[in-house]
Design a protein around this ligand. Sequence first.
Ligand SMILES: [Zn+2]
Length: 357
Amino acid sequence: MSHVFISPHPDDAALSCGGLIASLRELGQNVTIITVFSGGPGADTEMTEYQRAALGFGSKAVWPNTESFDRSALEPDYPVVRTAGPDAPWLADAERIAVTQERANTQARQFWQRAAWTRSANITNEETPARPIADGVGGQGTLATTDFGAADATAIRKAEDERYAWFMECSVIDLDLPDAVYRGYEGDGELLGGARDDDHAPVEILRREILRLEPQMVYFPLGVGGHVDHQLCREVGIALLGEGRRWVMPGPDLAGRVSFYEDFPYAWWNDFTGLGDLPSEVIGLPEGLRLEARYAEIAEQMDRKAAGIRVYGSQIVRLFEGDQGMLDDLAGYAARVAAAGAVGTGAAERYWSVVRG
Ligand SMILES: [Zn+2]
C-alpha cells in the first residue's frame, strides 16, 4: 500500500497525521507527503500555476536530498546528561558513554586489524580529530547545509520538511507554490477567511502529482480553522472526487480512497467535535458520497509523533509557546478524539473517509 498526504504547509502532515504516518511506516507501507504551499516570495509569485508547471518548477521531488542527510539540527530524543546524578535510570551518563565508546574503539580495532583501516563508531556524535562525524566529511552524498541563522523562513521550513522525511522514512515533495502570505493575504482575518476569487485551488498540479504516485490512499486537510491554504487543498480533494472516473482511463474510483484529516492544532483550539462544526457549505461532496469517521489508534506512536513535530523547530514556539505546550495540546487532542471514538487506549487521530451511500 502507498499513502499520499497532502500537506498545505511544511509541518501540517506531521501535526495532524504524524501518528498514522508512524504506524503506516511501522507496517512497512509507503508514505509520501506532498507539501503544497512551501514557496516563498520572489519571482515565482509572478508566475501562474500553469507557467510554474510548464517551466519545470513546482514538481521537484526532493528525496533523497542533501538536506535530508544533514543531521546537525536534529535533536536527540532524550537529553544526554553530562553529569552523574539522580537522573532517570534510562538516561545515559557521561561515564557509561565513555565506556561504550571505548568498547566500540576496541571492537573496531579488532575487526579492522590494521590501524589505517580502523573506523570506529562515534557514540557521542561529538566531533574530534580522530572521530569526525559523518556530516563533516566529504563522501557519499553531498553535505550542503542550511545556515539557519541567515536562511529565510521558507528555506528553513523546507529543510525541516526534508528532515521530517528523513526521520519518518517517508518521501516529501515540495510543490513550492507561494504561501498565502506571499499571495497577498494579510492578517488573520484574510488568512482565515475565504479564498479570493482569483486565487484558485491547485487542482491541476496536485492531480498530476497524485496520479504519478498511484497511491491507494490519499489524505487531504479538512480545513478546520479555516486557513485559506488548507481550504484550497480541501477543495482539490473535493474537485478530484467530482471528476470520478473521468480522471484517467480506466479511472480509479476515489470513493474509499480519499480521507480528510482534522487540522491540528486548529481543531484543538476550536473545540472541533465533528463535521457539524464546519460551515455548512464547505464539504460539498459529489452525490452518492458521504464522510464517515474513522479512528487511527496512536497510543504507541505518540512519542514518535511528538519527536516528528519537534523536527519543525521553527514552529513550536509560534504554535505552542514551547515543547511542554506542544505535548499538552497533542495529548489533550488525542485523548479527546479517542474518547469520541471510544478508542480504548486513549489516543487517536480521526479521519473522515469518503464512502458511498
Ligand atoms: Zn498549515
